[in-house]
Design a protein around this ligand. Structure first.
Ligand code: GAL
Length: 719
């Protein structure tokens, strides 16, 4: 386990430029006003880390993602990436006026753009306008997101972070100056740029324009490749490095119905055990608190008369307990008085909005959680409602709010989720504990945080797209399962969840597990579906697959921690030169050798694009030729998963939790010639490789024992 804050102390000096002095600092003094106009001019980049440069225009605001960060860049790991001495471009241009800042960056005719955080509704961004605004219901493809990030990457192999907490708008290539003359260019010279809806004239320069209202200046960070994936790695390492969750976090999660009392929640927990459904984490929804909207952060005496006893019983059953909450603090809360001077001037649901941009609020809020919940044995939290409300009655704090630390409501929305994560994470880290938790909002520089995003929206395709997009911006996404429109829908959703960073059924509004009754009303009326046992059997089988995947997932996350490679990511990152993959938003890579293509209920078939190379069907071992597409019928029982030919894939044993001894026995699946060894990096690392004689050998690579035993070796088809 890496204590990220300890990195902060050691490496403040490593960050060149003005940001280093502000590292971890709270915003001080009044915000800089846009008092000085700067005409459009070229601004050049200077190096801050190997392969990372910064350009500054005007007076950047006091509070930005970089200046407000609490976790330092992983400077050592950045040095291990391919060395590049020249910036992808030498300068950009910018201006400052009474509106704010405008930055102009180059964009080639055939360049494609990805990123901007957790985008649920679009993938390739060229030609679009994206405003990075925090929103709880991002139903429109405007850039709104639970976790927007002012960061994008390009197929030319670089990334750009515009260091602002403003709702900046990125015009990805189609905002152009008016024509300078009435050129009679022949129509045949017109070209269509990727993603663009407009024809532009051949040779006419295109740009990325970034409009940052209210900012009197801004820093722009440039991350070199050479490949797009290297740029993402550099950004993740600059963020502090990728997170490595505790093993139990990668098991299966179940959130009990929100109204459950302690005996009902324990009954659900026991029922899962009786049904032999593996589960590591039991989540409690709002009902555990005496007041939930806003929050008291106090157990409800009626429903949970003995919290310590409840945690003890859940622990005895093998569960970790995760508590739902949000930050808005109710009058009845013991936190209300101490937080009052450290909160915003507007409230939410009759509660305070803690000033998480400032250290005092984070400490007061965090310490309370440490003493009352972490010390009690709570393994993590679900940090809800920390995004913003625009289409749902405007329940959150307004953009014109002001906070004692000096930020306004707009800036606060951009960091509220992240700084909330800081407040909680500190408590686990200071006790030498790990957490894997949930959060509904995040943003720039989030890679080191053990928090996974989720949504109230429920489109399965959108959930998969979010998963594909998350890997561009250092975010983790949970495509949670709730109720379903059909058994097929439930199975397809659960299959996606099994191949995701956090596999969870969130039954917060249904009393029984969805496999007993998919219909919400009937479920709550206790009317179980006829023959539900068969659906439960299929779901159990899928959840067992999650358990088998844990060692492989651990390997993918360990690599994230080592060099910033996102464990879940778009195919375009691994195969950047294949233009056909630049639009594939319904397939993704897990780790370096596994490709997943979810099936969606109600669709008769789907196209699966296999990138160039030789592949195998993960389930049967059947060889497949890459560089072409296949049609998969929806009647196929398994979700389409492919692995690269030569892959060695470890499959864990099944147990009721990841702590079970049975999980340590590995089945090793060898696809084709077994020429691709598999490695778990880190202190309890090990490697599986095939010897010249064809034997699978396990070699410890870390100082600590890994505890795995190699059992059966399964040859899955020769290519
Ligand atoms: C929502 C959240 C749901 C559930 C619910 C409880 O905001 O997204 O997952 O926790 O609150 O009220």
């Amino acid at each position: 386990m890496v204590n990220r804050r300890s990195l902060l102390k050691g490496s403040v000096v490593a960050l060149a430029g003005s940001a280093s002095a502000k590292l971890g600092a709270d915003p001080a003094g009044p915000l800089t006003g846009a008092d000085e106009a700067i005409a459009e001019r070229s601004i050049s980049f200077s190096p801050v880390h190997p392969g990372i440069w910064k350009a500054t225009i005007g007076n950047p605001e006091n509070y930005t993602p970089v200046s407000g960060r609490t976790i330092a860049p992983d400077a050592k790991a950045i040095q291990q990436l391919p060395a590049l001495t020249e910036a992808p471009f030498a300068s950009i241009s910018g201006k400052v006026d009474s509106r704010g800042c405008l930055i102009t960056l180059p964009l080639d005719e055939h360049e494609e753009i990805f990123g901007f955080g957790l985008q649920m509704l679009s993938f390739a961004q060229r030609g679009k306008k994206k405003t990075v605004r925090v929103n709880a219901d991002p139903k429109v493809d405007s850039g709104d997101s639970h976790a927007p990030a002012p960061f994008y990457v390009s197929t030319k192999g670089y990334g750009v972070l515009v260091d602002t907490c403003r709702y900046a708008s990125f015009y990805c290539g189609d905002a152009r100056r008016k024509p300078s003359h009435s050129a009679s260019t022949p129509k045949s010279a017109n070209v269509q740029t990727p993603g663009s809806t407009r024809n532009v004239q051949a040779g006419e320069p295109s740009h990325m324009l970034v409009d940052i209202p209210r900012a009197s200046g801004v820093d722009v960070y440039l991350f070199a490749g050479p490949a797009m994936l290297d740029a993402v790695r550099r950004y993740n390492l600059f963020s502090g490095g990728g997170v490595e969750p505790p093993e139990w976090g990668l098991g299966f999660w179940y959130r009990a119905v929100g109204t459950a009392n302690s005996s009902e929640a324990l009954a659900i927990a026991r029922d899962l055990r009786d049904s032999k459904i593996p589960c590591d984490v039991l989540g409690l929804e709002p009902g555990w608190q005496s007041h939930a909207y806003s929050c008291s952060f106090v157990w409800d005496k009626g429903r949970f008369p003995d919290p310590a006893g409840f945690i003890k019983d859940a622990t005895a059953l093998g569960y970790r307990v995760n508590l739902w909450e949000h930050a808005f603090t109710h009058l009845s809360s013991p936190l209300f008085d101490p937080l009052h001077p450290h909160s915003g001037d507007y409230g939410v649901w009759g509660g305070l909005v803690p000033d998480f941009a400032g250290k005092p609020a984070r400490e007061i809020f965090g310490e309370y959680h440490g003493k009352n919940f972490v010390d009690l044995g709570v393994s993590g939290f679900k940090l809800d409602e920390c995004d913003n409300s625009d289409f749902t009655k405007g329940w959150s704090f307004p953009e014109f709010s002001s906070f004692p630390s000096g930020v306004d409501g707009e800036q606060m929305h951009s960091v509220f989720g992240l700084r909330y994560q800081d407040a909680i994470l500190d408590q686990f880290e200071s006790r030498g504990k790990q957490t894997y938790s949930l959060v509904r909002s995040s943003g720039a520089l989030a890679a080191p945080y053990p928090f996974v995003l989720y949504s109230d929206l429920y489109g399965h395709r959108d959930f998969v797209r979010a998963l594909v997009n998350s890997g561009f911006s250092g975010l983790l996404w949970c495509p949670e399962v709730r109720d379903a429109t059909s058994s097929e829908d439930l199975i397809r959703r659960l299959q996606t969840a099994v191949f995701s960073p956090l596999a969870m059924v969130n039954a917060w509004y249904i009393k029984n597990p969805p496999w007993k009754q998919i219909d919400q009303k009937k479920n709550n009326a206790g009317e179980l579906a006829e023959g539900w046992q068969e659906l439960e059997r299929r779901c159990r089988d899928l959840i067992e697959w999650r358990m088998k995947l844990v060692p492989y997932l651990r390997g993918a996350f360990a690599k994230y921690a080592l060099d910033g490679t996102p464990p879940f990511r778009a195919l375009a990152l691994d195969f950047p030169n294949d233009q056909k993959l630049h639009t594939v938003d319904d397939q993704y890579m897990v780790g370096d050798r596994m490709l997943v293509a979810p099936l969606f209920a109600g669709e008769a078939s789907r196209k699966v694009v296999l990138p160039a190379g030789a592949w195998h069907d993960f389930w049967s071992g059947k060889p497949y030729e890459g560089g072409r597409a296949y049609t998969v019928s929806s009647e196929q029982e398994n979700i389409p998963v492919f692995v690269k030919a030569g892959s060695i894939v470890p499959l864990g044993g099944v147990g009721m939790t990841t702590d079970a001894e049975s999980t340590r026995g590995l089945t090793v699946a060898v696809f084709g010639d077994g020429s691709m060894p598999w490695r778990l990096e880190g202190s309890s690392g090990f490697e599986l490789r095939q010897s010249a004689s064809g034997r699978i050998e396990a070699r410890s690579t870390g100082a600590k024992p890994h505890g795995y035993r190699v059992g059966e070796v399964k040859q899955m088809g020769k290519s």
